[in-house]
Design a protein around this ligand. Structure first.
Ligand code: SF4
Length: 464
């Protein structure tokens, strides 16, 4: 009998900051490859459907899966293990598989910590999961499948990595028809897609590049625009986010992609994320003509010393120049900021907070707390120096201090993080500028201001 597969995106833990649910492209690709090979597959997205453990139990008890594939980031790792336990209790013969960035670098630990978990799929999972399913169907052992860590004869075996997929065009489009698209579109009517894997940089806090490799692998512009056109025609999709780690590594590819969007007369708007050293004025102009409205940048810090500690490979001058250019061309820059990296002091953090205010006086900004994710040099450094204070992965939400260094305590970092939001969103000039851009911007800025005011009051009361 053909094995049946259920793929699961686990719920967020209850207390920490919960991110908005967004479509799991990873699960979408896994499902698409299985469907292409005529396997029966379905998806339970606990985040998009706001499903808790009890509801998951009800959902999975309605099914008879032979394999349950769970994905997780560090924040949802414990939640994924809990779901594996539920699956095994209800379907003891079902093979439980865990993939995603956290498990990739926490594979042996995951199997040690969770007797209900059978296999960890490391790094890119499409063909590894397919091979697992095929082995199961053929009644063969799966213990030597490339790219997995599993138990064999009571021992944990770590098989060699599977080589990365060279030609990304050969992958089918993510199986979006299996997602709760209606719920997702209610939250945000944006279609996510990815056009590349990997990154040529090597930032010390980044797990993505360690997961997908330092060689930048790309889909062809035609293949990407075919997908956009398909979504445009099938779902009336007009808003897109390219969630590549660094969209513009190859500028000529993006120029071609923009030309292709224009050639096909697709009336769409989109945003993307990239590095400040990977765009030029010419490229940004072409991106804007093809519907780009905003660009996310890993600004990270306003202190050159901290940027160098991160091995970010950019200068603050580059950031000022590029963000200025983006604004001048009428695109919206969105800075991503990282506070609390080793080497950070109160002074450098304040420098960053002021830097971002000046950089983006009338856009949004995202502040994060440096979080040592397993697999990154940051994690190793924090561990080796004895700085790690929080080991509960349920708190690794990038909003909670996890470690402290001799130059910055967790308490100081928490205060700075709160101040960063307050300073940014409670500036009267910011609110006025946003109203000047239009009532939707003004309203959203005013709402944000109230939210952060409330948060500031709560924070003060908590720390009295
Ligand atoms: S540029 Fe971005 S994706 Fe690339 S290594 Fe740095 S943080 Fe990761």
């Amino acid at each position: 009998m053909r094995p049946r597969v259920t793929l699961v995106n686990p719920p967020y833990p209850i207390n920490p900051h919960q991110h908005m649910p967004f479509p799991q492209l990873g699960l979408g690709y896994l499902a698409a490859v299985l469907e292409e090979n005529q396997y029966e597959v379905d998806v339970i997205d606990c985040q998009a459907l706001y499903i808790n453990y009890d509801e998951f139990k009800r959902e999975i008890s309605k099914r008879q899966p032979d394999i349950v594939g769970l994905t997780s980031i560090t924040l949802t790792y414990k939640s994924a293990l809990h779901l594996a336990k539920i699956v095994k209790e209800l379907h003891p013969n079902c093979l439980t598989v865990l993939g995603g960035p956290h498990a990739t670098f926490w594979d042996e630990e995951a199997l040690q910590e969770c007797p209900h978990l059978d296999v960890v799929v490391r790094k890119e999972g499409e063909y590894t999961l397919l091979e697992l399913v095929q082995r199961l169907e053929a009644g063969k052992s799966f213990h030597d499948v490339q790219g997995i860590t599993c138990r064999k004869d009571g021992k944990i075996v770590v098989n060699p990595d599977r080589p990365y997929i060279e030609n990304l065009d050969e992958l089918p489009y993510p199986a979006r028809h299996l997602w709760p698209l209606e719920s997702l579109r209610k939250v945000e009517d944006v279609f996510y897609l990815t056009t590349s894997r990997g990154c040529t940089s090597w930032c010390e806090f980044c797990e993505a590049v360690r997961m997908f490799g330092r060689r930048f692998r790309m889909r062809s512009p035609k293949n990407v625009v075919d997908e956009i056109e398909y979504l445009y025609k099938t779902y009336d999709a007009t808003q897109f986010t390219f969630c590549d780690d660094a969209f513009t590594v190859d500028k000529s590819r993006i120029e071609e992609l923009c030309a292709e969007i224009l050639k096909r007369n697709l009336k769409i708007i989109w945003n993307c994320g990239t590095r400040v050293d990977m765009v030029t004025k010419e490229l940004l102009i072409k991106m804007k003509e093809a519907g780009c409205v905003s660009v996310w940048f890993g600004v990270e810090s306003g202190s050159q010393e901290v940027l160098d500690e991160m091995q970010k490979g950019i200068s603050t001058d580059q950031t000022v120049r590029t963000v200025g250019l983006v604004r001048e061309l009428g695109l919206q820059p969105v800075p991503n900021v990282l506070l609390g990296f080793p080497g950070e002091t109160k002074e450098t953090a304040w420098k960053t907070i002021k830097f971002v205010e000046k950089l983006c006086p009338d856009t949004i900004a995202f502040f994060n707390i440096a979080t040592p994710l397993p697999g990154t040099p940051l994690y190793d450094r924090v561990k080796e120096n004895g700085w790690l204070r929080i080991t509960d992965f349920n708190l690794y939400d990038c909003n909670t201090p996890i470690f402290e260094t001799p130059t910055l305590s967790m308490k100081e970092l928490e205060e700075l993080y709160e101040k960063a939001f307050q300073r940014f969103y409670l500036r009267p000039t910011y609110i006025l500028r946003m109203w000047a851009k239009g009532w939707t911007y003004g309203l959203s800025a005013t709402r944000n201001a109230f939210r952060y005011l409330l948060r500031a009051i709560k924070f003060t009361l908590r720390n009295l």
